[in-house]
Design a binder for this molecule. Structure first.
Ligand SMILES: Nc1ncnc2c1ncn2[C@@H]1O[C@H](COP(=O)(O)OP(=O)(O)O)[C@@H](O)[C@H]1O
Ligand SMILES: [Mg+2]
Length: 450
């Protein structure tokens, strides 16, 4: 039988015994969420007999955390160096992006190292799970369970070191009346799994779908409960997917991993710079290489620009992987500060390999790609360009310049065109690579194309 529940407003905390469409407390609509009523609320009048004793920070004995490898290098990097025992990890993403595939692979790898793994497939039957396993590795050797009831799952998980829940939206807690996949169910299930993980020293991986309506009942409502939250980014039809860490109690939340979906499973891409640059670079006008930071990782990315004569009155501006407004502003700067007329040209700009870049350092590369297309003059394939561009045409310094220069050197770049104000910290690279500092857009265009 269902336990006693109540409805609490997620905005203002108003409590009501029944569900209401509009919260009487804050007048917001559809904010009341079902919750289990606390049976033994702590009373303020009762005095505790044991007085807790604070401890000096320097006297705290540090626990040595041993991390497990998931067997997938990219995933270990995103997790901050491996899986932390008895942690709670959420893997979110659009349906079909590869969450089940990734965690099936993790289950296979962990069980190979004689860890006890239970994969709870609440969405798919065990036969479907078997099909996926066969696609990845026919020697898969972990335990599988098709179950939706949370209490049964927790009872069955006793004694396992790793528990994988696929997915949180497909399991339910019988004590709540709310439907499966609702905010109340998802929250209550996650809370109980957290308690289970901390009490039983089991590491729990939870898969969560990001819903199209935004974050309702999606992984967003769970972020504060989790130790680590990873999101898969990219379109399901793209071959390359980014796994981004958005929260990590045991490592940097800036890490990203790049994965490729194949028929044998999902694999980390060891050399991401390679996939964003074509072999033809340097031969045709309009291509520029720029070192771009994604999270903590620096990658060389190729930008390509194509200019065509405008047929209709209004010229078209069409960026892919770059913000539309950024392109429009850069074209305006180029027209005004480098005297390059573009109002009769349609402009198409593409960040190759399906990557999205939105950091300011890409500004100068956009300018140079457009200028190269306009002048019909290719830029050397061993030249990289970076810098933030202001509206007056001045070139401003970029962050983490040493990381970017190191990546360029590693990738065989011979010359970097960069903000001159960044040069003062780069004297040690003088004999390794040619560094050309520039102060404004006009000077850059003149240097490149005469
Ligand atoms: N034989 C295959 N070859 C290549 N890709 C496949 C194959 N089978 C499935 N996929 C890919 O796997 C994806 C489904 O992955 P899955 O891990 O089930 O996603 P999720 O759990 O995130 O919904 C599909 O979108 C498809 O692109
Ligand atoms: Mg799935």
């Amino acid at each position: 039988m269902a336990k006693k529940t109540r409805y609490v407003c997620s905005e203002c905390g108003y409590v009501s015994p029944q569900w209401l469409g509009k919260c009487p407390g804050c007048n917001q609509f559809a904010t009341l969420i079902e919750e289990l009523e606390e049976t033994s609320a702590p009373t303020l009048t009762k005095k505790s007999t044991v007085i807790p004793k604070p401890i000096l920070v320097k006297d705290i004995v540090k626990e040595k955390t041993i991390r497990f490898s998931s067997g997938i290098k990219e995933l270990d990097t995103v997790l901050g160096g491996g899986i932390v025992p008895s942690s709670l990890v959420l893997v979110g993403g659009d349906p079909g992006i590869g969450k089940s595939t990734l965690l099936t692979q993790v289950a296979i790898n962990l069980s190979k190292n004689s860890n006890k793994v239970l994969y709870v497939s609440a969405e798919e039957s065990v036969a479907q799970l078997k099909m996926r396993c066969d696609r990845i590795d026919t020697s898969a050797n972990f335990m599988a369970l098709h179950e939706n009831k949370l209490d049964d799952i927790i009872s069955a998980s006793d004694g396992y070191e790793f528990l994988i829940i696929d997915s949180i939206q497909a399991i339910y807690c019988e004590d709540l009346n709310s439907s499966i996949g609702s905010v109340s169910q998802v929250k209550e299930c996650a809370n109980r799994l957290m308690k289970f993980a901390k009490n039983s020293k089991t590491t729990v991986f939870i898969i969560g779908h990001v819903t199209k309506e935004g974050a309702i009942a999606g992984p967003k409502v769970l972020e504060h409960i989790m130790d680590t939250v990873l999101y898969f980014e990219g379109e399901p039809q793209d071959n390359y997917k980014l796994l981004r860490s958005v929260k990590n109690r045991f490592g940097s939340s800036q890490e990203i991993g790049i994965f490729e979906m194949t028929d044998k499973g999902i694999f980390g891409v060891e050399d991401p710079s390679g996939i964003f640059i074509s072999d033809e670079i340097g031969k045709n006008a309009g291509s520029v290489i720029t070192p771009s930071l994604s999270g903590n990782r620096c990658m060389l990315v190729e930008l390509q620009c194509l200019l065509c004569k405008t047929i209709f009155g209004m010229p078209r501006r069409m960026p892919l992987g770059i913000d539309y407004n950024k392109l429009v502003v850069m074209l305006a700067v180029l027209e005004k500060r480098a005297y390059m007329p573009l109002f009769t040209q349609d402009c198409y700009l593409n960040a190759m390999g399906g990557i999205k870049i939105n950091e300011p350092s890409v500004d100068l590369a956009i300018i140079c790609a457009v200028a190269s297309a306009q002048k019909e003059t290719p830029i050397e394939k061993t030249t990289a360009i970076l810098g933030e561009v202001g509206l007056t045409g001045e070139i401003r310094p970029v962050t983490q310049i040493e990381k970017r220069v190191n990546e360029c050197i590693k990738r065989g770049i011979k010359k970097i065109i960069l903000p001159s104000s960044n040069l003062k910290t780069l004297s040690k690279y003088k004999d390794k690579i040619e560094l050309k500092g520039v102060k404004n857009v006009y000077e850059t265009i003149k240097h490149l194309f005469g």
